[in-house]
Design a protein around this ligand. Structure first.
Ligand code: NDP
Length: 392
C-alpha cells in the first residue's frame, strides 16, 4: 500500500494527479484535496481509475491533520500555494508523514522568496525521522537537478551558471499568467537579484535583458529575475562564482504588466474600497484566467534548461547546456493542462515516486540538488520530459 495525498487542484495539481494515477503500482491510492472540492472532482472525472477527493483549507492545521489521520498517506505533495507550505509541513510533522513541494514559502504581506522559513524546520523533520523535499517542480526542481547532474558527471568546478526559461507558447488570451497569477506577478514585479563573486547584487525589476538562443524555439528576449533555486544552489555549491536566472516575456505581456503596475493593480497591501479592504493583486487574480483553464488551444513550446561554464573533470575549460523542450498541445492531450503546469507536475510526480520507493530518502529538510540526480534524470526521459545536452 502506498497512499499519496495531493493538496491543490490547480493547473499543477491536475498534472500531478494525472501522472500519479497512471502508476497504480507505485501510488496505490490517491486522495486529491483542495479548497474547492468541485475542482478535485473535475480532475478525478478525467482519470481512468477512481481517486478520493476532499475539501480542505490548507491554511488550517487541525483540518489538515484530520484529513491526514483519516487517509493515512505515506507522503503529502503540496501543490497549493506557497502561503500554505508551513501549515502543511506542520501537519506532516504532527501526523508523521513525509512532505514534498514545488515552491518556497512566502508570507502573504511581503513578496519575499527565501528558504529560511522552511530550512528552519530542519531539526524538527530530522528529530521526527521524516523527509521534507523542497522545490521539486521544474524551476526550482529539474533545473537544480540538471545542475547537480552536470556537477556529478562533467564538472570539477562550476563557475558560471545561467538558468534559462522560455515559454514560446500562445494561449490566445490578451493577458494571462501560466501559473497562479498572484504568485507569478509577485515574482516578476520584485527587484531582480543575482549572485556574483560572493555577494548578491540587486537590480531594478526587468532592467537587465538580452536575447538568448533556445533550442527548437530560437532567439528570445530574456529578463534577469530573482528565482528561489539561486539561493539553494549557492548554498549547496559554494564553488559557483556567478549564478543568474533568465525568463522570456513577450512585449505584449510586459506592456500589460506595466499598465497594471502603474495603476496600482499589482499592489499586495490592503486598500479601502467602498468601506471594504481589498488587496488589488488578489482582486486582479479573480479577473484573470486560471492557469488550469489555459490548456485548450495552447500552441507552441517551452524550453527550460541550465547552461554551465567551468572546468571539466581534468581541469580543462568546458561548457554544457542541459534542457527540456515541452509542447503545450502534447501536454494538453495527456493531462488537459498546458506545458507550464506539465513541466512542474511531472517532476513533482517523479520526486514523489522516488521518495515512495525509498530511492530518495533522508531525515530532515532537503533541496532536490542534495539527492542523487541520476534516477530523476532517467525518469524524466521515461515520464514525458525528455532532456538533451549540448554546448552553448
Ligand atoms: P493554481 O492557482 O492553478 O492552483 C493552486 C491551487 O491551490 C488551487 O486549486 C487553489 O484552490 C488551491 N489552494 C489555494 N489556497 C488553498 C488553501 N488555503 N487550501 C487548499 N487549497 C488551496 O496554481 P498552479 O497550479 O499554477 O501552481 C501551484 C503551485 O505550483 C504554486 O505554489 C506555484 O508557485 C507552484 N509552481 C511551481 C513551479 C516550478 O517550476 N517549481 C512552476 C509553476 C508553479 P482554489 O481553486 O479554490 O483557489
Amino acid at each position: 500500500m502506498s497512499k499519496l495525498l495531493i493538496i491543490g487542484a490547480g493547473g499543477v495539481g491536475q498534472v500531478v494527479t494525472h501522472k500519479c494515477s497512471q502508476k497504480p503500482e507505485i501510488f496505490s491510492e490517491i486522495c486529491l484535496a483542495s479548497r474547492t472540492k468541485s475542482k478535485c472532482d473535475k480532475i478525478a472525472s478525467q482519470l481512468k481509475r477512481p481517486i478520493r477527493t476532499e475539501r480542505v483549507d490548507a491554511d488550517n492545521v487541525p483540518e489538515l491533520v484530520a484529513l491526514i489521520k483519516d487517509f493515512k498517506p505515506e507522503l503529502v505533495v503540496n501543490v497549493a500555494l506557497p502561503y500554505q507550505d508551513l501549515t502543511i509541513m506542520d501537519a506532516c510533522l504532527e501526523t508523521g508523514v513525509n512532505y514534498l513541494d514545488t515552491a518556497n514559502y512566502e508570507p502573504k504581506d511581503v513578496a519575499k522568496f527565501e528558504y529560511k522559513w522552511q530550512w528552519a524546520y530542519q531539526e524538527k523533520f530530522k528529530k521526527a525521522g521524516l523527509m521534507a523535499l523542497l522545490g521539486c517542480g521544474f524551476d526550482p526542481g529539474a533545473t537544480n537537478i540538471f545542475t547537480s547532474y552536470m556537477k556529478k558527471h562533467y564538472f570539477s568546478k562550476m563557475k558560471y551558471v545561467d538558468i534559462v526559461d522560455c515559454n514560446a507558447g500562445n494561449h490566445g488570451k490578451h493577458f494571462a499568467t501560466n501559473f497562479n497569477p498572484e504568485i507569478n506577478i509577485r515574482e516578476i514585479t520584485q527587484n531582480g537579484r543575482f549572485f556574483e563573486n560572493g555577494e548578491w547584487k540587486e537590480i531594478e525589476a526587468m532592467s537587465i535583458h538580452k536575447p538568448i538562443f533556445y533550442p527548437e524555439v530560437g532567439d528570445k528576449e530574456s529578463y534577469l529575475l530573482y528565482h528561489e533555486e539561486l539561493e539553494s544552489l549557492v548554498k549547496n555549491y559554494p564553488e559557483i562564482e556567478r549564478i543568474r536566472f533568465w525568463m522570456t516575456f513577450s512585449e505584449n505581456y510586459i506592456n500589460h504588466l506595466k499598465v497594471l503596475e502603474h495603476v496600482g493593480m499589482t499592489r499586495i497591501d490592503e486598500v479601502e474600497h467602498k468601506g471594504m479592504k481589498i488587496v488589488p493583486l488578489e482582486f486582479l487574480k479573480s479577473l484573470l484566467p486560471e492557469p488550469a483553464s489555459l490548456g485548450e488551444n495552447y500552441t507552441g513550446k517551452t524550453c527550460i534548461g541550465v547552461q554551465i561554464e567551468g572546468e571539466d573533470k581534468e581541469g580543462k575549460p568546458t561548457k554544457k547546456f542541459i534542457y527540456n523542450v515541452c509542447d503545450h498541445a502534447e501536454s494538453y492531450k495527456e493531462t488537459f493542462a498546458q506545458a507550464v503546469s506539465y513541466t512542474t507536475g511531472v517532476p513533482a510526480m517523479i520526486g514523489a515516486m522516488l521518495m515512495m520507493k525509498g530511492i530518495w530518502k533522508g531525515e530532515g529538510v532537503f533541496n532536490v540538488e542534495e539527492m542523487d540526480p541520476d534516477p530523476f534524470m532517467e525518469r524524466m526521459n521515461l515520464d514525458g520530459l525528455p532532456w538533451k545536452e549540448t554546448t552553448f
